[in-house]
Write a protein that binds this ligand. Structure first.
Ligand code: NAD
Length: 285
């Protein structure tokens, strides 16, 4: 049970966690902490949070769980504001989509208090953002990856894990570098490709004609290109190494495909498409 949850950045990810925990009766009070009074007021009216503050000194000392769900580029600033007010019994956790650089910045800024920071990443989301996009079932049957630090206490990791279980998610643990590589392939690369495809088509001469005839396949493949550009800029900047490695490998596959199409190599084309279909059918059963 959480007495006082503080959500810093009440958008899709933080707001949905708050709603799920409130619905389960697992939290007594949720305070939203942020910069935009307009968004916080909207979040309160929608029942996403109970109250809100913009002054860290008034909330951080009282919160037993602090969930940081701001874009990755704003995490350092948030850690800097938390640090002077952090109660030694509080736990900080986050929802950032790339873990290694967040841990680096938390370690630098929180110093010895970094042992109270249990890094995490819910593998759930939509292309919508802001408090009004939050909903209580976002984490149902989804996975959350925790990338605990050596200095974390097992008790703190267990509390964060329990919180996510109550929100409906299954929790896995792995190293931060491994997380970043896995997510570069399964999430970051697909988003980069969707953004690139839409941008590419948008720059051709007959753009209106192209989008006019966009059908199911195009919509399925490019839905994620409607995601928040700031969030995705931050993810690319903060997981560049792993994303570049995945892009390189993808580029190689694209080159093979290009050659097969150029050579009208039916056998090779069928082999690539059949392998891909089999792999997708297997993991999306
Ligand atoms: P969002 O835009 O819906 O919410 C972010 C909130 O943070 C907004 O309310 C914004 O006003 C606030 N904010 C921005 N800068 C701030 C600052 N300096 N101080 C306080 N508040 C600030 O974004 P989201 O989709 O909820 O993403 C939040 C985090 O979760 C990101 O780090 C993202 O990488 C991660 N994440 C997103 C998804 C997804 O699909 N959207 C999935 C998993 C993880």
């Amino acid at each position: 049970m959480i007495n006082h949850l503080c959500v810093i950045g009440v958008g899709l990810i933080g707001g949905s966690l708050s709603l799920a925990l409130k619905k389960a009766g697992y939290v007594k009070q949720v305070t939203g902490l942020g910069r935009s009074i307009e968004n916080l007021e909207k979040a309160k009216q929608l029942g996403v949070i109970d109250d809100y503050e913009t002054d860290y000194a008034k909330v951080i000392p009282k919160a037993d769980m602090i969930f940081v769900s701001v874009p990755i580029g704003a995490m350092s600033e948030v850690f800097r504001k938390i640090e002077p007010h952090l109660n030694k019994h509080s736990i900080i956790t986050d929802g950032g989509s790339a873990k290694h650089t967040i841990i680096e910045s938390a370690t630098k800024i929180l110093g010895v208090k970094v042992n109270q920071f249990v890094p995490g990443h819910p593998i759930a989301g939509t292309e919508n953002s802001g408090a009004e996009a939050a909903f209580d079932s976002l984490y149902q049957k989804r996975r959350v990856i925790l990338t605990p630090l050596e200095s974390n206490s097992t008790d703190d990791v267990a509390k964060v894990s329990e919180m996510w279980n109550i929100a409906g998610a299954k929790v896995d643990e792995m190293g931060a570098r491994h997380h970043d590589l896995v997510l570069a392939g399964t999430s970051h690369l697909p988003h980069v490709l969707a953004f690139a495809l839409v941008d590419c088509l948008n720059n051709v001469d007959d753009v209106d004609e192209i989008f006019k005839y966009a059908a199911g396949g195009f919509r399925d493949f490019t839905r994620i290109a409607s995601s928040d550009p700031v969030m995705w800029r931050d993810i690319c900047v903060n997981n560049s190494e792993a994303i570049l490695a995945m892009m390189q490998s993808y580029q190689q596959d694209l080159d093979n495909l290009k050659e097969a199409i150029h050579n009208s190599d039916s056998e090779e084309l069928l082999k690539i498409f059949t392998n891909a279909k089999k792999a997708r059918d297997n993991f999306c059963m």
